[in-house]
Write a protein that binds this ligand. Structure first.
Ligand SMILES: [Zn+2]
Length: 120
């Protein structure tokens, strides 16, 4: 079980957040075995958004901002693609270079192998 990391989770008034005896109830942060937002750290989209509003800026400053464009060049522009509607003897799987437009055929096995890369 873990707690939702939303900084305002306890402020949302729902039955499941209430604890304590009648007349002395408190609202508290949700605790679940499975949380479905923020990679398993927030109980709702609202809590994920609250977290981001409060900590997103700090997170960017901490982990480093993108201060110049990230560039897609020939060497890192290869993407696996699949072409359907071709005859049985046609190559259907290939690498496509998003910069140059070049195509290189590969086998279905190579296509399905997540570790397979072209030697470029
Ligand atoms: Zn929450």
């Amino acid at each position: 079980m873990k707690y939702c990391q939303g900084p305002l989770c306890h402020t949302y008034d729902t039955k499941d957040r209430k604890r304590g005896p009648k007349g002395n109830k408190v609202n508290q942060t949700r605790r679940r075995s499975n949380l479905y937002y923020m990679q398993g750290n927030a109980c709702s989209l609202q809590c994920q958004d609250d977290w981001f509003k409060q900590f997103g800026e700090q997170a960017l400053n901490h982990f480093g901002r993108i201060t110049q464009p990230i560039v897609l060049e020939e060497h890192n522009a290869w993407r696996k693609q699949y072409r359907w509607g071709y005859g049985d003897n046609e190559d259907r799987h290939y690498f496509y270079n998003m910069c140059t437009g070049e195509e290189r055929n590969i086998t279905e096995q190579q296509y399905n192998d997540n570790n397979y890369t072209l030697n470029t």
